[in-house]
Design a protein around this ligand. Structure first.
Ligand SMILES: [Zn+2]
Length: 239
């Protein structure tokens, strides 16, 4: 039994390593996905800035056209001013010209604020595009690095799987199925080292009687709390 328990401990060690490899293989693409998401966020931000810039440019052109129309109107009104004899009509037209000039001045102010916002946005956009290109470079090198890492881990994983198969052949089927059962319901860990009469997995104490029996290593013992197969420290050092 002592030898079989040692084999189970070895099996548990291999399974831990396998779990780690599988996690590494899973986490690589997840890391890439996070980076891609981040990149998409910045891309969307850049697109929004570009749209706003187009909007502002259109607003600017519209105001410029309106100012042109206003100027043409003012010129025409000024021409008409000469021919008016009636004082009241004259003043009314004069006021109309003033209003048109005020309207144009107001539009010029608005064009100025468009230009200010455009300048600010263009500066921001330039910085964001620089950041974006750095992010794209980073993503590319991460992709290469992760693909390499996954290939390496995959290789180690299949080596470990092969040596696990060999190890499994040396364990009795009953014991193996017990191990797999406990592993499946205990978060992948079926074996629990007992250290100072305490289960290292659930951290609860092992009754003294059981602890004494455990040290004899002549029968299978289970943690009374987490139900894992418990083993004594010496089993691990000799494993
Ligand atoms: Zn336990």
């Amino acid at each position: 039994m002592k030898e079989q328990i040692n084999l189970l401990v070895k099996l548990q060690q291999k399974d831990r390593v396998l779990d780690r490899f599988r996690r590494q293989i899973r986490e690589g693409p997840e890391r890439l996905q996070d980076l891609e998401k981040e990149l998409e966020g910045v891309e969307e931000d850049v697109e929004a800035d570009k749209r706003r810039i187009q909007e502002l440019k259109k607003t600017q052109r519209d105001y410029e056209a309106e100012i042109e129309d206003g100027l043409a109107h003012i010129r025409k009104s000024r021409g008409r001013l000469m021919g008016i004899k009636n004082n009241k009509e004259y003043l009314a037209l004069l006021r109309e010209i003033e209003e048109a000039e005020k309207g144009n001045a107001d539009k010029e102010d608005r064009i100025l604020s468009c230009l200010e916002e455009l300048e600010k946005l263009n500066k921001e956009l330039e910085a964001k595009e620089k950041g974006l290109s750095a992010m794209r470079d980073r993503l590319e090198s991460e992709k290469t690095a992760i693909a390499k890492e996954i290939a390496r881990v995959q290789e180690e994983l299949s080596d470990t799987e092969k040596s696990r198969e060999k190890l499994v052949e040396t364990i009795t089927p009953e014991l193996l199925s017990k191990y797999e059962q406990i592993k499946a319901r205990s978060g992948g860990i079926a074996m629990a080292l007992v250290n100072n009469a305490t289960c290292s997995e659930c951290h609860l104490g092992i009754p003294p009687q059981m602890y004494n029996e455990l040290q004899r290593q002549d029968s299978l013992k289970f943690c009374p709390n987490c139900q894992r197969i418990i083993y004594w420290k010496e089993a691990e050092t000799s494993a």
